[in-house]
Design a protein around this ligand. Structure first.
Ligand code: MV4
Length: 585
């Protein structure tokens, strides 16, 4: 076993890894940027090495500096955590070349799975089902149109080097292909330096289910439970749970076996996650993440296994402690990610700053993984994750209730957090009944406004009309700068789940009573302008493309009309809520 391990990360995951290191009797070495000199992960380490000032690319992302720090400290291995250099094949190679052990899979496995077209080829080899799509980078619009013609719309254009939804665009019909293709290529080029994209049939009613796999250097490979991560907003997960609910035992086992075949095909070592879409009792491979995941604690809660210890043990050459694959687990666990963000009706604005106090509920079924204590500061320069609250229950309903109550008792002063959003989701009948998919949160949930606490105590106001219960969904294709006007009166019947409630459409925008002012949903840069004053537009016409945090956001017309006024130009840097244009009906 290693005597000393360097942790090339910060925040809650660095603290989490140090906990396992301590239990294994390993000395932990923290690295830190100047901005993090006082951070909890630095205070929690046995030894520390400074990486200097500047943005992450000068410290946490600087391969050379981290290798030097590790050598200087005498560490025998480096744990990369998640994010930063965790899925950087070059880093894994550099660690090995420097005579240390990278706690993760081989450079080859990281590179292959990081390249989505290559990963699809591995899935084909391993006989793992895929969504209909191309197994090569597409040459241009013509090929996309041909694909759409043959497989039907909507189609999803994805960056080959993408992940987390970056460089991903849908086209709902042939008309939208040119625009979606250009936008995907532009975003992929800006984010990954490669404009390679491929295309898949878009599965619009799917859940996002992932399988935990683990392999060692002795030829053992197992699956270790699954998680559902469908509750996301703009590819930021809000809640995760284990096991993935509402899956047949047969499907669960098939997915686990497929995940293990995939891991074997790339000679995988260590912990990995195989992402699938599940729709109509069928599953389709999406991608493999070659790292420990943020949401790994829900798996730990239902299996009783310490996945990080297992990563370290396996990297040290020991055989897996998990002798067989596992489909049935103990109860259920749900995790809420607590971010320093103002929910703001669904806008999730950053809310960094000084945490005046954190008060965490205690209990044998409650776990709190955090990188901060009272008096610590959340920097605007790093991930906004403050901590993860995870609750275990004898079954899903108890875990949901337990997490809801724990969230109500979790008090964080000084910054805004996503606590009210998580509570609203847990309290939603669709979440409880399983009537959700990856698009559900953005489309169907009204989230609390700024400064509002969620109040519900898992009791619901049930609105009944003519003996039936109604939910009024907030229908929002993609993301709309101003919510579509008025038209969403079609109430969907939720009587199937036995209960429902009236949810006022609203949150993210001026909504149903739109005055035609098209506002920027966030701060960013106008990278495309499709209209001029006087142009006729129809509801949903993309007026502008706003780039924010390296993601492109289409800004659409709220209703049919004419462009009366445009207040920005190509290249304009604009603040959130700026009125970009005005549409007259
Ligand atoms: C998809 C999909 C539906 N159909 N691919 C999201 C990020 C990356 N891991 C792949 N993702 C998806 N790929 C096909 N063919 C749905 C997702 C997806 C998603 C899409 C839109 C909004 C939220 C989403 C959340 C999870 C997965």
């Amino acid at each position: 076993m290693f005597k000393k391990v360097l942790i090339a990360n910060r925040g809650e995951i660095a603290v989490r890894i140090m906990r396992s290191a301590k239990e294994l009797g390993i000395t932990s070495v923290a690295v830190y940027s100047d901005a993090d000199a006082q951070a909890l992960h630095v205070r929690s380490a046995d030894e520390t090495v400074a990486l200097g000032d500047g943005p992450a690319k000068d410290n946490y992302l600087n391969i050379e500096k981290i290798i030097q720090a590790a050598k200087k400290s005498g560490a025998e291995a480096i744990h990369p955590g998640y994010g930063f250099l965790s899925e950087n094949a070059e880093f894994a190679a550099a660690v090995t070349a420097a005579g240390m052990k990278f706690i993760g899979p081989s450079e080859h496995a990281i590179r292959t799975m990081g390249e989505k077209v290559a990963a699809r080829a591995v899935a084909v080899e391993a006989n793992v089902p895929l969504a209909p799509g191309t197994n090569h980078a597409v040459s241009g619009e013509a090929e996309l149109l041909e694909f759409g013609e043959k497989n039907g719309y909507p189609i999803l254009i994805k960056a080959s080097n993408g992940g987390g939804g970056r460089g991903m665009r849908q086209a709902k019909s042939a008309d939208e292909v040119a625009e979606a293709f250009a936008s995907a290529v532009r975003e992929a080029t800006a984010a990954f330096g490669s404009g390679d994209v491929f295309v898949e049939r878009y599965l619009t009613n799917a859940r996002h289910v992932e399988v935990q796999v683990f392999a060692d250097s002795h030829g053992n490979a197992v699956f270790y439970g699954d998680r559902d991560c469908s509750v996301q907003r703009r590819h930021q997960k809000l809640l995760e749970e284990a096991p993935a609910p509402f899956l047949s035992e047969e499907l669960r086992e098939q997915m686990g076996e497929a995940a293990v075949r995939l891991a074997r095909e790339v000679a995988y070592e260590g912990a990995g996650t195989v992402e699938f879409l599940v729709e109509d009792n069928k599953f389709y491979f999406l991608e493999m993440n070659t790292r420990i995941q943020v949401e790994h604690p829900v798996t730990e809660m239902v299996t009783g296994v310490d996945l990080v210890s297992e990563q370290i043990r396996v990297a040290a050459g020991l055989p897996l402690n998990l002798p067989t694959s596992l489909t049935s687990v103990n109860g259920a666990a749900v995790e809420a990610r607590i971010n320093a963000e103002d929910v703001a009706g669904g806008n999730f604005f950053p809310s960094p700053g000084l945490i005046e106090s954190i008060s965490v509920p205690e209990g044998s079924s409650i776990r709190w993984d955090s990188g901060y204590l009272s008096g610590d500061e959340v920097s605007p320069n790093y991930d906004s994750l403050v901590g993860k609250l995870i609750v275990h229950g004898a079954n899903r309903a108890e875990a949901i209730k337990g997490l809801y109550d724990a969230l109500a008792a979790l008090k964080i002063e000084g910054i805004s957090t996503t606590i009210p959003a998580a509570m609203a989701v847990l309290d939603h009948s669709d979440f409880q009944s399983g009537a959700f998919s990856t698009l559900w949160l953005e489309r169907s949930v009204t989230l609390p406004e700024s400064g509002e606490e969620y109040e519900g105590a898992l009791t619901r106001q049930e609105v009944e009309v003519g003996g039936r219960f109604f939910v009024i969904p907030f229908i929002d294709e993609n993301f709309v700068g101003v919510a579509s006007a008025g038209a969403q009166t079609a109430a969907s019947d939720s009587a199937g789940s036995g209960r429902g409630k009236s949810r006022r459409s609203g949150g993210k925008a001026a909504g149903a009573q739109s005055d035609g002012k098209v506002k920027a949903p966030m701060q960013g840069t106008i990278v495309k302008m499709n209209v001029a004053v006087g142009d006729a537009v129809t509801e949903g016409t993309v007026l502008f493309v706003l780039e924010a945090m390296k993601m492109e956001n289409p800004i659409k017309a709220p209703f049919d009309g004419t462009v009366k006024e445009i207040n920005v130009e190509l290249g304009s840097a604009i603040a959130a809520k700026t009125v970009l244009a005005e549409i007259e009906a």
